[in-house]
Ligand binder design. Structure first.
Ligand SMILES: CC(C)(COP(=O)(O)OP(=O)(O)OC[C@H]1O[C@@H](n2cnc3c(N)ncnc32)[C@H](O)[C@@H]1OP(=O)(O)O)[C@@H](O)C(=O)NCCC(=O)NCCS
Length: 157
């Protein structure tokens, strides 16, 4: 039988703050396949106001996401954060792990009085983010070597 969140034991799933360096294997596997490991780092990874979260299934890191302070000129809000490098290992995709991670991050940012969360989403992930309450703004654009994207956002107020 295929796994679903219902058939996985909830006590085996934990979400914890992690270090930027901890995210690298998952980023490499799902977001930068075939690229050098250096391509997996984000400039703001080690800043004190950057937050990384990991979802662990039975103590194995299965998914990661990173939130960095970043003001987009597209929005008037103060205290904006940007989601970076959200990824769930292929064998764990479709189990609601992405949704759990993103919800955890959003709730954390709300507790820090962040007003807006935005990011550039790959086309393949658009519906995932729409299902999590985010909407697109503007037109599609291309990120070299990664592909077509839309900017997406949600108010956290
Ligand atoms: C996109 C990603 C983070 C989603 O995580 P996930 O754990 O697989 O997604 P979930 O199981 O939490 O899905 C939540 C909902 O979104 C839907 N969904 C997930 N991925 C989707 C996709 N690629 N396209 C359409 N819908 C998707 C699910 O069907 C589910 O809907 P439901 O609640 O109605 O059942 C993950 O699939 C991934 O890492 N993909 C490769 C890397 C990537 O593209 N990252 C995003 C960069 S912007």
């Amino acid at each position: 039988m295929q796994n679903s969140l219902d058939t996985l034991s909830q006590k085996d799933i934990t979400i914890q703050p992690i270090k930027g360096s901890d995210t690298i294997p998952v980023r490499h596997a799902v977001l930068r396949q075939g690229k050098p490991i250096e391509a997996c780092y984000i400039l703001q990874d080690d800043l004190s106001n950057t937050y990384h979260f990991g979802l662990f299934y039975k103590n194995q890191l299965a998914g990661v996401c990173t939130f960095v302070a970043d003001q987009s000129p597209l929005f008037k809000d103060s205290n904006q954060y940007r989601l970076r490098a959200m990824g769930v290992l292929e064998e764990f995709q479709g189990l609601q792990f992405g949704k759990l991670l993103l919800t955890h991050g959003v709730n954390f940012l709300k507790s820090k009085n962040i007003n807006k969360l935005w990011f550039n989403a790959r086309i393949v992930a658009l519906n995932f983010y729409k299902k999590n309450g985010f909407e697109t703004i503007g037109t599609q654009f291309n990120i070299p070597e990664v592909g077509p994207h839309y900017t997406m956002h949600k108010s956290l107020k």
